[in-house]
Design a protein around this ligand. Structure first.
Ligand SMILES: Cc1cc2nc3c(=O)[nH]c(=O)nc-3n(C[C@H](O)[C@H](O)[C@H](O)COP(=O)(O)OP(=O)(O)OC[C@H]3O[C@@H](n4cnc5c(N)ncnc54)[C@H](O)[C@@H]3O)c2cc1C
Length: 402
Protein backbone atom coordinates (compact mmCIF):
# COMPACT_ATOMS: atom_id res chain seq x y z
CA UNK A 1 0.00 0.00 0.00
CA UNK A 2 1.45 3.38 -0.98
CA UNK A 3 1.38 6.12 1.62
CA UNK A 4 2.44 9.37 -0.02
CA UNK A 5 2.78 11.50 3.09
CA UNK A 6 6.37 12.60 3.69
CA UNK A 7 7.86 9.69 5.63
CA UNK A 8 8.71 10.69 9.20
CA UNK A 9 12.32 9.56 8.78
CA UNK A 10 12.79 12.18 6.02
CA UNK A 11 11.33 15.19 7.81
CA UNK A 12 14.73 16.24 9.17
CA UNK A 13 16.30 15.89 5.73
CA UNK A 14 13.53 17.97 4.14
CA UNK A 15 13.98 20.63 6.83
CA UNK A 16 17.76 20.68 6.31
CA UNK A 17 17.36 20.97 2.55
CA UNK A 18 14.89 23.83 3.02
CA UNK A 19 17.32 25.62 5.37
CA UNK A 20 20.17 25.16 2.87
CA UNK A 21 17.98 26.47 0.06
CA UNK A 22 17.08 29.50 2.14
CA UNK A 23 20.65 30.21 3.25
CA UNK A 24 22.63 29.49 0.06
CA UNK A 25 20.35 29.38 -2.98
CA UNK A 26 17.60 32.00 -2.70
CA UNK A 27 19.99 34.82 -1.69
CA UNK A 28 22.16 34.12 -4.76
CA UNK A 29 19.36 33.43 -7.20
CA UNK A 30 19.24 36.78 -8.96
CA UNK A 31 23.00 37.30 -8.77
CA UNK A 32 23.82 34.24 -10.90
CA UNK A 33 20.81 34.68 -13.15
CA UNK A 34 22.50 37.93 -14.18
CA UNK A 35 26.10 36.68 -14.02
CA UNK A 36 25.61 33.85 -16.53
CA UNK A 37 28.69 31.60 -16.94
CA UNK A 38 30.20 32.71 -13.60
CA UNK A 39 30.81 29.81 -11.24
CA UNK A 40 28.70 30.27 -8.06
CA UNK A 41 31.51 29.91 -5.52
CA UNK A 42 28.99 29.98 -2.65
CA UNK A 43 28.06 26.44 -3.69
CA UNK A 44 31.35 24.92 -2.54
CA UNK A 45 30.30 24.96 1.12
CA UNK A 46 26.88 23.62 0.31
CA UNK A 47 28.33 20.88 -1.92
CA UNK A 48 30.44 19.63 0.99
CA UNK A 49 27.27 19.54 3.09
CA UNK A 50 25.45 17.60 0.37
CA UNK A 51 28.30 15.10 0.12
CA UNK A 52 27.70 14.38 3.80
CA UNK A 53 23.96 13.99 3.24
CA UNK A 54 24.51 11.72 0.23
CA UNK A 55 26.87 9.54 2.22
CA UNK A 56 24.06 9.01 4.70
CA UNK A 57 21.65 8.08 1.90
CA UNK A 58 19.86 11.40 1.55
CA UNK A 59 20.60 14.58 -0.32
CA UNK A 60 19.42 16.48 -3.34
CA UNK A 61 20.51 16.96 -6.90
CA UNK A 62 20.69 14.77 -9.94
CA UNK A 63 23.43 12.50 -8.65
CA UNK A 64 21.07 9.55 -8.55
CA UNK A 65 20.99 6.41 -6.48
CA UNK A 66 21.85 2.86 -7.25
CA UNK A 67 19.03 0.31 -7.32
CA UNK A 68 19.93 -2.47 -5.00
CA UNK A 69 17.79 -5.38 -3.97
CA UNK A 70 19.84 -5.85 -0.81
CA UNK A 71 18.83 -2.43 0.53
CA UNK A 72 15.23 -3.68 0.57
CA UNK A 73 14.44 -6.40 3.08
CA UNK A 74 12.43 -9.21 1.48
CA UNK A 75 8.88 -8.17 0.70
CA UNK A 76 9.14 -5.06 2.83
CA UNK A 77 8.03 -1.67 1.54
CA UNK A 78 10.71 0.99 1.90
CA UNK A 79 11.13 4.72 1.47
CA UNK A 80 14.71 4.92 0.31
CA UNK A 81 17.28 6.94 -1.59
CA UNK A 82 15.08 7.83 -4.57
CA UNK A 83 12.36 9.22 -2.34
CA UNK A 84 14.75 11.21 -0.16
CA UNK A 85 16.58 12.55 -3.22
CA UNK A 86 13.28 13.64 -4.79
CA UNK A 87 12.14 15.36 -1.59
CA UNK A 88 15.52 17.08 -1.12
CA UNK A 89 15.55 18.16 -4.78
CA UNK A 90 12.10 19.75 -4.44
CA UNK A 91 13.32 21.84 -1.52
CA UNK A 92 16.53 22.88 -3.24
CA UNK A 93 14.68 23.90 -6.41
CA UNK A 94 12.28 25.86 -4.28
CA UNK A 95 15.57 27.70 -3.57
CA UNK A 96 16.98 27.80 -7.12
CA UNK A 97 17.01 25.16 -9.86
CA UNK A 98 19.91 26.65 -11.84
CA UNK A 99 22.10 26.67 -8.74
CA UNK A 100 21.14 23.11 -7.82
CA UNK A 101 22.11 22.02 -11.34
CA UNK A 102 25.49 23.69 -10.75
CA UNK A 103 26.17 21.76 -7.57
CA UNK A 104 29.52 19.93 -7.72
CA UNK A 105 29.28 16.14 -7.92
CA UNK A 106 25.51 16.16 -8.52
CA UNK A 107 25.53 15.88 -12.33
CA UNK A 108 23.35 13.81 -14.61
CA UNK A 109 26.46 11.81 -15.46
CA UNK A 110 26.66 10.85 -11.80
CA UNK A 111 23.15 9.40 -12.12
CA UNK A 112 24.25 7.41 -15.19
CA UNK A 113 27.24 6.07 -13.28
CA UNK A 114 25.05 5.21 -10.28
CA UNK A 115 22.61 3.40 -12.59
CA UNK A 116 24.86 1.33 -14.84
CA UNK A 117 28.49 1.27 -13.64
CA UNK A 118 30.02 -1.90 -12.23
CA UNK A 119 31.51 -1.93 -8.72
CA UNK A 120 35.08 -1.09 -9.80
CA UNK A 121 33.87 1.80 -11.95
CA UNK A 122 31.75 3.04 -9.06
CA UNK A 123 34.85 3.12 -6.87
CA UNK A 124 36.92 4.80 -9.62
CA UNK A 125 34.46 7.66 -10.17
CA UNK A 126 33.58 8.17 -6.53
CA UNK A 127 33.75 11.86 -5.68
CA UNK A 128 33.93 12.95 -9.34
CA UNK A 129 31.53 15.42 -10.88
CA UNK A 130 30.10 13.90 -14.07
CA UNK A 131 28.06 15.62 -16.78
CA UNK A 132 26.03 13.73 -19.37
CA UNK A 133 26.31 14.11 -23.16
CA UNK A 134 23.65 12.48 -25.32
CA UNK A 135 22.31 15.31 -27.49
CA UNK A 136 23.98 16.09 -30.84
CA UNK A 137 23.45 18.81 -33.46
CA UNK A 138 21.36 16.40 -35.54
CA UNK A 139 19.57 14.49 -32.83
CA UNK A 140 17.92 15.30 -29.51
CA UNK A 141 14.66 13.50 -28.88
CA UNK A 142 15.60 10.58 -31.09
CA UNK A 143 18.58 9.56 -28.98
CA UNK A 144 18.78 6.21 -30.78
CA UNK A 145 20.02 8.08 -33.86
CA UNK A 146 23.22 9.52 -32.37
CA UNK A 147 26.25 9.63 -34.66
CA UNK A 148 29.19 9.93 -32.27
CA UNK A 149 31.27 6.81 -32.80
CA UNK A 150 33.45 4.72 -30.50
CA UNK A 151 35.94 2.40 -32.17
CA UNK A 152 37.88 -0.21 -30.20
CA UNK A 153 41.66 0.11 -30.61
CA UNK A 154 43.65 -2.23 -28.35
CA UNK A 155 42.91 -1.37 -24.74
CA UNK A 156 41.14 1.87 -25.69
CA UNK A 157 38.12 3.24 -27.48
CA UNK A 158 38.54 6.19 -29.83
CA UNK A 159 35.58 8.58 -29.88
CA UNK A 160 34.64 11.03 -32.64
CA UNK A 161 31.63 13.32 -32.93
CA UNK A 162 29.91 16.38 -31.50
CA UNK A 163 27.81 16.89 -28.36
CA UNK A 164 25.64 19.88 -27.53
CA UNK A 165 23.66 21.15 -24.52
CA UNK A 166 25.80 19.40 -21.92
CA UNK A 167 24.69 20.62 -18.49
CA UNK A 168 27.71 21.35 -16.25
CA UNK A 169 29.93 20.32 -19.17
CA UNK A 170 32.48 23.05 -18.50
CA UNK A 171 32.67 22.62 -14.73
CA UNK A 172 32.45 18.84 -14.34
CA UNK A 173 35.51 16.58 -13.91
CA UNK A 174 34.27 14.17 -16.56
CA UNK A 175 31.47 13.70 -19.06
CA UNK A 176 29.49 10.50 -19.71
CA UNK A 177 29.36 10.44 -23.52
CA UNK A 178 26.91 8.29 -25.48
CA UNK A 179 28.43 6.82 -28.63
CA UNK A 180 27.71 3.98 -31.02
CA UNK A 181 30.01 1.01 -31.47
CA UNK A 182 28.38 0.22 -34.80
CA UNK A 183 25.68 2.39 -36.42
CA UNK A 184 24.42 -0.51 -38.54
CA UNK A 185 23.42 -2.37 -35.35
CA UNK A 186 21.02 0.33 -34.12
CA UNK A 187 20.26 1.18 -30.50
CA UNK A 188 21.82 -1.96 -29.06
CA UNK A 189 25.24 -0.66 -30.13
CA UNK A 190 24.90 2.59 -28.16
CA UNK A 191 27.07 2.63 -25.06
CA UNK A 192 28.17 5.27 -22.59
CA UNK A 193 31.81 6.18 -21.93
CA UNK A 194 33.31 8.27 -19.16
CA UNK A 195 35.59 10.90 -20.69
CA UNK A 196 37.81 13.00 -18.43
CA UNK A 197 37.53 16.69 -19.25
CA UNK A 198 41.28 17.05 -19.86
CA UNK A 199 41.47 14.18 -22.40
CA UNK A 200 43.28 15.35 -25.58
CA UNK A 201 40.83 15.99 -28.45
CA UNK A 202 37.87 16.69 -26.11
CA UNK A 203 37.35 20.31 -27.09
CA UNK A 204 34.95 22.80 -25.50
CA UNK A 205 33.45 24.74 -28.42
CA UNK A 206 31.26 27.23 -26.50
CA UNK A 207 28.83 27.85 -23.65
CA UNK A 208 25.19 28.64 -24.44
CA UNK A 209 23.27 31.78 -23.44
CA UNK A 210 19.85 30.69 -22.20
CA UNK A 211 16.27 31.70 -21.34
CA UNK A 212 16.42 30.22 -17.84
CA UNK A 213 18.59 28.24 -15.37
CA UNK A 214 21.35 30.69 -16.28
CA UNK A 215 23.43 29.79 -13.24
CA UNK A 216 23.97 26.38 -14.83
CA UNK A 217 26.55 26.12 -17.64
CA UNK A 218 25.51 24.40 -20.87
CA UNK A 219 28.40 23.29 -23.05
CA UNK A 220 29.03 22.29 -26.65
CA UNK A 221 31.88 19.81 -27.27
CA UNK A 222 33.73 18.42 -30.24
CA UNK A 223 35.37 14.99 -29.91
CA UNK A 224 38.33 14.60 -32.21
CA UNK A 225 40.00 11.19 -31.80
CA UNK A 226 39.37 11.17 -28.06
CA UNK A 227 41.06 8.08 -26.62
CA UNK A 228 39.68 6.57 -23.41
CA UNK A 229 40.65 3.31 -21.64
CA UNK A 230 38.32 0.43 -22.58
CA UNK A 231 37.41 0.17 -18.89
CA UNK A 232 35.67 3.58 -19.16
CA UNK A 233 32.76 1.95 -21.01
CA UNK A 234 29.88 1.78 -18.53
CA UNK A 235 28.05 -1.55 -18.35
CA UNK A 236 28.60 -4.37 -20.84
CA UNK A 237 30.53 -3.87 -24.12
CA UNK A 238 28.45 -6.61 -25.75
CA UNK A 239 25.91 -5.64 -28.40
CA UNK A 240 22.72 -7.47 -27.43
CA UNK A 241 20.04 -6.70 -30.08
CA UNK A 242 17.13 -8.03 -27.97
CA UNK A 243 17.94 -5.58 -25.17
CA UNK A 244 17.82 -2.39 -27.27
CA UNK A 245 19.65 0.26 -25.31
CA UNK A 246 18.10 -0.86 -22.07
CA UNK A 247 21.31 -0.29 -20.14
CA UNK A 248 21.62 3.39 -20.89
CA UNK A 249 17.86 4.01 -20.81
CA UNK A 250 17.81 2.74 -17.23
CA UNK A 251 19.33 6.10 -16.25
CA UNK A 252 16.13 7.91 -17.26
CA UNK A 253 13.99 5.87 -14.87
CA UNK A 254 16.02 7.42 -12.06
CA UNK A 255 16.57 10.92 -13.45
CA UNK A 256 13.10 11.71 -14.83
CA UNK A 257 11.48 11.65 -11.36
CA UNK A 258 14.27 13.99 -10.23
CA UNK A 259 13.62 16.46 -13.05
CA UNK A 260 9.93 16.23 -12.11
CA UNK A 261 10.97 17.01 -8.51
CA UNK A 262 12.85 20.09 -9.75
CA UNK A 263 9.72 21.27 -11.55
CA UNK A 264 7.64 20.69 -8.43
CA UNK A 265 10.08 22.76 -6.34
CA UNK A 266 9.92 25.72 -8.74
CA UNK A 267 6.12 25.53 -8.91
CA UNK A 268 5.87 25.55 -5.13
CA UNK A 269 8.16 28.59 -4.90
CA UNK A 270 5.93 30.46 -7.35
CA UNK A 271 2.73 29.45 -5.54
CA UNK A 272 4.03 30.50 -2.13
CA UNK A 273 5.19 33.88 -3.41
CA UNK A 274 1.92 34.44 -5.25
CA UNK A 275 -0.11 33.63 -2.16
CA UNK A 276 1.97 36.17 -0.21
CA UNK A 277 1.49 38.87 -2.85
CA UNK A 278 -2.24 38.16 -3.15
CA UNK A 279 -2.59 38.28 0.60
CA UNK A 280 -0.82 41.63 0.79
CA UNK A 281 -3.31 42.86 -1.83
CA UNK A 282 -6.15 41.72 0.43
CA UNK A 283 -7.02 38.50 -1.39
CA UNK A 284 -7.09 35.41 0.83
CA UNK A 285 -7.54 31.87 -0.45
CA UNK A 286 -10.40 30.19 1.41
CA UNK A 287 -10.44 26.39 1.41
CA UNK A 288 -13.91 26.26 2.97
CA UNK A 289 -15.71 28.00 0.13
CA UNK A 290 -16.27 26.90 -3.45
CA UNK A 291 -14.21 28.65 -6.09
CA UNK A 292 -17.35 30.34 -7.46
CA UNK A 293 -17.74 32.17 -4.15
CA UNK A 294 -14.18 33.56 -4.08
CA UNK A 295 -12.37 36.34 -5.93
CA UNK A 296 -11.23 35.19 -9.39
CA UNK A 297 -7.56 35.36 -8.36
CA UNK A 298 -8.17 33.07 -5.36
CA UNK A 299 -10.16 30.64 -7.52
CA UNK A 300 -7.33 30.53 -10.07
CA UNK A 301 -4.84 29.98 -7.27
CA UNK A 302 -6.82 26.94 -6.06
CA UNK A 303 -6.81 25.48 -9.56
CA UNK A 304 -3.04 25.94 -9.81
CA UNK A 305 -2.54 24.37 -6.41
CA UNK A 306 -4.53 21.30 -7.45
CA UNK A 307 -2.34 20.96 -10.52
CA UNK A 308 0.73 21.26 -8.31
CA UNK A 309 -0.54 18.53 -5.96
CA UNK A 310 -1.04 16.04 -8.77
CA UNK A 311 2.48 16.72 -10.10
CA UNK A 312 3.88 16.30 -6.58
CA UNK A 313 2.10 12.98 -5.98
CA UNK A 314 3.06 11.52 -9.36
CA UNK A 315 6.68 12.43 -8.66
CA UNK A 316 6.67 10.72 -5.28
CA UNK A 317 4.99 7.68 -6.78
CA UNK A 318 7.73 7.29 -9.43
CA UNK A 319 10.45 7.65 -6.78
CA UNK A 320 8.70 5.24 -4.42
CA UNK A 321 8.47 2.61 -7.15
CA UNK A 322 12.19 2.92 -7.86
CA UNK A 323 12.92 2.46 -4.14
CA UNK A 324 10.77 -0.65 -4.07
CA UNK A 325 12.34 -2.30 -7.11
CA UNK A 326 9.22 -1.86 -9.24
CA UNK A 327 9.62 -1.04 -12.96
CA UNK A 328 8.76 2.66 -13.10
CA UNK A 329 9.45 3.80 -16.69
CA UNK A 330 5.76 4.58 -17.23
CA UNK A 331 5.38 6.40 -13.91
CA UNK A 332 8.67 8.28 -14.44
CA UNK A 333 7.23 9.59 -17.72
CA UNK A 334 3.86 10.40 -16.07
CA UNK A 335 5.69 12.41 -13.42
CA UNK A 336 8.00 14.19 -15.85
CA UNK A 337 5.18 15.03 -18.30
CA UNK A 338 2.81 16.26 -15.60
CA UNK A 339 5.36 18.18 -13.52
CA UNK A 340 7.11 19.76 -16.53
CA UNK A 341 3.85 21.06 -17.93
CA UNK A 342 2.38 22.03 -14.56
CA UNK A 343 5.45 24.02 -13.53
CA UNK A 344 5.51 25.87 -16.85
CA UNK A 345 1.81 26.75 -16.58
CA UNK A 346 1.78 27.50 -12.87
CA UNK A 347 4.75 29.87 -12.98
CA UNK A 348 3.36 31.77 -15.97
CA UNK A 349 -0.10 32.04 -14.39
CA UNK A 350 1.55 33.30 -11.18
CA UNK A 351 3.31 36.03 -13.19
CA UNK A 352 -0.11 36.91 -14.61
CA UNK A 353 -1.88 36.88 -11.22
CA UNK A 354 0.70 39.21 -9.69
CA UNK A 355 0.65 41.75 -12.55
CA UNK A 356 3.66 44.06 -12.70
CA UNK A 357 5.15 42.49 -9.54
CA UNK A 358 5.11 39.19 -11.41
CA UNK A 359 6.72 40.54 -14.56
CA UNK A 360 9.53 42.67 -13.13
CA UNK A 361 12.81 41.76 -11.48
CA UNK A 362 11.68 43.04 -8.06
CA UNK A 363 10.45 39.52 -7.37
CA UNK A 364 11.70 36.15 -8.61
CA UNK A 365 8.40 35.18 -10.27
CA UNK A 366 9.52 36.12 -13.79
CA UNK A 367 12.75 34.16 -13.25
CA UNK A 368 10.89 31.05 -12.11
CA UNK A 369 8.70 31.25 -15.22
CA UNK A 370 11.90 31.23 -17.32
CA UNK A 371 13.54 28.49 -15.24
CA UNK A 372 10.51 26.19 -15.34
CA UNK A 373 10.45 25.72 -19.12
CA UNK A 374 13.58 23.57 -19.27
CA UNK A 375 11.93 21.01 -16.97
CA UNK A 376 9.55 20.29 -19.85
CA UNK A 377 12.42 19.88 -22.31
CA UNK A 378 15.52 18.11 -21.00
CA UNK A 379 15.57 14.41 -20.08
CA UNK A 380 12.88 14.00 -22.76
CA UNK A 381 10.42 16.67 -23.88
CA UNK A 382 6.71 16.79 -23.01
CA UNK A 383 5.87 15.25 -26.39
CA UNK A 384 8.39 12.45 -25.96
CA UNK A 385 7.06 11.59 -22.48
CA UNK A 386 3.56 11.41 -23.95
CA UNK A 387 4.84 9.17 -26.72
CA UNK A 388 6.47 6.83 -24.19
CA UNK A 389 3.27 6.74 -22.12
CA UNK A 390 1.17 5.99 -25.20
CA UNK A 391 3.51 3.20 -26.29
CA UNK A 392 3.39 1.60 -22.86
CA UNK A 393 -0.38 1.86 -22.48
CA UNK A 394 -1.08 0.62 -26.00
CA UNK A 395 1.61 -2.06 -25.94
CA UNK A 396 3.36 -0.66 -29.01
CA UNK A 397 7.07 -0.69 -29.77
CA UNK A 398 9.04 2.43 -30.71
CA UNK A 399 9.00 1.22 -34.32
CA UNK A 400 5.20 0.91 -34.25
CA UNK A 401 4.47 4.30 -32.65
CA UNK A 402 6.86 7.13 -33.60
C1 LIG B 1 19.43 24.03 -20.93
C2 LIG B 1 19.54 22.67 -21.54
C3 LIG B 1 20.26 21.69 -20.88
C4 LIG B 1 20.38 20.42 -21.44
N1 LIG B 1 21.17 19.48 -20.82
C5 LIG B 1 21.45 18.33 -21.46
C6 LIG B 1 22.42 17.42 -20.94
O1 LIG B 1 22.98 17.62 -19.86
N2 LIG B 1 22.72 16.34 -21.68
C7 LIG B 1 22.13 16.08 -22.88
O2 LIG B 1 22.47 15.08 -23.50
N3 LIG B 1 21.19 16.90 -23.39
C8 LIG B 1 20.84 18.02 -22.71
N4 LIG B 1 19.93 18.89 -23.24
C9 LIG B 1 19.29 18.56 -24.51
C10 LIG B 1 17.82 18.18 -24.35
O3 LIG B 1 17.72 16.92 -23.73
C11 LIG B 1 17.21 18.24 -25.75
O4 LIG B 1 17.11 19.59 -26.09
C12 LIG B 1 15.87 17.56 -25.82
O5 LIG B 1 16.03 16.18 -25.68
C13 LIG B 1 15.16 17.87 -27.13
O6 LIG B 1 15.97 17.63 -28.20
P1 LIG B 1 16.16 18.72 -29.36
O7 LIG B 1 16.46 20.02 -28.71
O8 LIG B 1 17.08 18.20 -30.38
O9 LIG B 1 14.70 18.87 -29.99
P2 LIG B 1 14.04 17.94 -31.09
O10 LIG B 1 14.22 16.51 -30.77
O11 LIG B 1 14.49 18.40 -32.43
O12 LIG B 1 12.51 18.31 -30.90
C14 LIG B 1 11.95 19.55 -31.30
C15 LIG B 1 10.45 19.51 -30.96
O13 LIG B 1 9.83 18.41 -31.66
C16 LIG B 1 9.17 17.55 -30.73
N5 LIG B 1 9.30 16.16 -31.16
C17 LIG B 1 10.44 15.50 -31.48
N6 LIG B 1 10.17 14.22 -31.82
C18 LIG B 1 8.82 14.08 -31.71
C19 LIG B 1 7.93 12.98 -31.93
N7 LIG B 1 8.36 11.78 -32.31
N8 LIG B 1 6.61 13.20 -31.72
C20 LIG B 1 6.13 14.42 -31.32
N9 LIG B 1 6.95 15.49 -31.11
C21 LIG B 1 8.27 15.32 -31.30
C22 LIG B 1 9.90 17.77 -29.41
O14 LIG B 1 9.08 17.43 -28.32
C23 LIG B 1 10.21 19.25 -29.48
O15 LIG B 1 9.07 19.98 -29.07
C24 LIG B 1 19.75 20.13 -22.67
C25 LIG B 1 18.98 21.12 -23.31
C26 LIG B 1 18.88 22.37 -22.77
C27 LIG B 1 18.09 23.41 -23.52
Amino acid sequence: MINLEVPRKFTTLVEQARQAAMAFLRPNSRKYDRAEHTYPKELDTLAALLDGLSASGGGAGTGGVRRSASSRPRGEVVNGGNMSLALGTMEMCWGDAGLLLSMPRQGLGNAAIASVADESQLARYKGKWAAMAITEPDTGSDSGAIRTTAVRDGDSYVLNGEKIFVTSGERADCVVVWATLDRSKGKAAIKSFVVDRDTPGFELVRLEHKLGIRASDTAHFRLDNVRVPASNLLGSPEILPDKGFAGVMQTFDNTRPLVAAMAVGIARAALEETRRLLSSAGIEVDYDRTTARQPAAAATFLELEADYESAYLLTLQAAWMADNGKPNSLQASYAKAKAGRAATEITLRCVELCGSAGYTEHELLEKWARDAKIMDIFEGTQQIQQLIIARRLLGKTSAELK
